[in-house]
Design a binder for this molecule. Structure first.
Ligand SMILES: [Zn+2]
Length: 130
């Protein structure tokens, strides 16, 4: 018996490779947003917008690790600049307050673990590419 695993791919409209590319583009855009923030914060907001659009179009989620924008006003936020980050022992989470609109986002500490997994996956990908 051959272990042929058929995954219900039909759920997502776009083929996997397109989603991969979309994911990479989102990654790049979020990095650019971080780079441009110092001199041109409005550009950062534009990059976030583009990344979100790509995500919506290809049904790709922006990785939480690079979600450096406010989920309410979608502005790119940087701790110490236009956002305040606090760790809350009570809720076991990081609290990010967007100073643009005042929204508070909580992220459970467990996210740090996911970040590591993402990093490992990235390394694996690099090794696998020819
Ligand atoms: Zn906001």
């Amino acid at each position: 018996m051959k272990g042929k695993i058929s995954r219900p791919r039909s759920r997502s409209k776009k083929p996997g490779w397109q989603q991969d590319i979309a994911g990479e583009r989102i990654d790049i855009l979020m990095k650019l947003a971080g780079k441009e923030f110092k001199g041109h914060p409005e550009r950062s907001n534009r990059y976030v917008e583009l990344a979100r659009k790509i995500g919506m179009r290809y049904n790709v989620r922006i990785p939480k690790a690079s979600r450096n924008f406010c989920k309410k006003c979608y502005k790119f936020i940087v701790p110490g600049k236009n956002s305040v980050v606090r760790s809350s022992a009570r809720t076991r989470s990081m609290e990010t307050k967007c100073l643009e609109c005042g929204e508070v986002t909580r992220m459970p500490y467990a996210i740090e673990k996911r970040k590591q997994i993402k990093h490992e996956k990235k390394n694996m990908k690099q090794g696998a590419s020819k």
